[in-house]
Ligand binder design. Structure first.
Ligand SMILES: Cc1cc2nc3c(=O)[nH]c(=O)nc-3n(C[C@H](O)[C@H](O)[C@H](O)COP(=O)(O)O)c2cc1C
Length: 277
């Protein structure tokens, strides 16, 4: 599980101006290849691809020029444009991001700011590309950037009691269960589109239910619901925490979930008896 990586990862938008070395290129290919077989919580796969692009011109074409600096390569993946597939995409793509972080590569989720048409040759049938990421070596200059970001980021993250609730959303979670608080800390550190952090959790008996609180009018111009990706990312982070703390759980979609308008129910985790009390 990628606990250290969850704690360390930050978006990297500035890269050293050098190509990936041969071994690193193979390593990245290997990670992408292995994740072709990874199944998300809703049972779907994603189809990763890898593009080595180290000229400014090619980055201009991808539409990230000036905004993502000196990226020597990009990777992405395709899937279908439907709810379950997008959640699974978030889950598997975040697993890849964390695996790359483990190998000290810089990455950043890009769901909006790139030209999808530049990758059209990877698309077939009813598939599309929800997100890509540059991959490369973080530039030393971005250290200052990083420090500033770390300082600012802690303020921008929601507090746990702003996204975790008890008893049908009537009470904020009081952070009175050490292990649970730890798990939600890993969700708190998750990346999300424009850092909107739209995940909401409801604790009820021995279950944790995940809901999406969609940001009104957010990303309306995109042809897909980007916040479903955030749901998959949150599920992956929550699972990493549970596995790390050796908590047995089962993940499933309830037939009759509690409806709390305008939140959208996503999935539930059932924890072993007595864990939540
Ligand atoms: C689904 C998704 C899409 C994103 N799209 C973009 C993007 O298009 N451009 C960008 O600069 N950052 C993008 N980000 C990065 C977020 O802005 C970033 O994760 C968030 O601000 C939190 O910062 P951190 O990743 O450093 O923790 C995206 C993140 C996610 C999860």
């Amino acid at each position: 599980m990628f606990i250290e990586e969850i704690e360390q990862r930050l978006s990297v938008r500035t890269y050293q101006n050098k190509s990936l070395n041969h071994d690193d290129e193979l390593k990245i290919n290997d990670i992408l290849d292995q994740n072709k077989n990874c199944i998300g919580p809703f049972g779907s796969l994603i189809h990763p691809f890898f593009v080595v692009e180290n000229t400014a011109k090619s980055q201009e074409k991808i539409g990230t020029y000036g905004f993502i600096k000196n990226a020597p390569a990009f990777f992405g993946a395709t899937t279908k444009n439907s709810k379950n597939e997008l959640v699974d995409f978030g889950y598997i793509f975040e697993k890849i991001i964390l695996e790359l972080t483990q190998h000290h590569f810089g990455t950043v989720w890009l769901g909006g700011t790139f030209h999808r048409s530049q990758f059209s040759h990877f698309i077939s049938n009813d598939l599309f590309i929800p997100a890509i990421s540059p991959v490369g070596y973080e530039d030393s200059k971005s250290m200052t950037e990083k420090i500033v970001r770390i300082a600012a980021k802690s303020d921008r993250r929601k507090k746990i009691n702003e996204f975790v609730f008890m008893n049908r959303f009537s009470d904020a979670y009081r952070e009175n269960n050490h292990h649970l608080s730890q798990i939600f800390k890993y969700v708190q550190l998750a990346p999300s589109a424009s850092n909107k952090q739209p995940w909401r959790f409801l604790i009820e008996d021995n279950q944790i239910h995940l809901y999406l609180e969609r940001t009104p009018k957010y990303a309306e111009k995109l042809s897909f619901d980007i916040q479903y990706l955030d749901m998959g990312i949150a599920i992956y982070h929550l699972e990493c925490g549970m596995i790390d703390l050796k908590i047995d759980y089962e993940i499933k979609v309830l037939n009759n979930p509690y409806i709390y308008h305008p939140l959208e129910y996503i999935i539930s985790f059932t924890l072993h008896e007595g864990f939540i009390s």
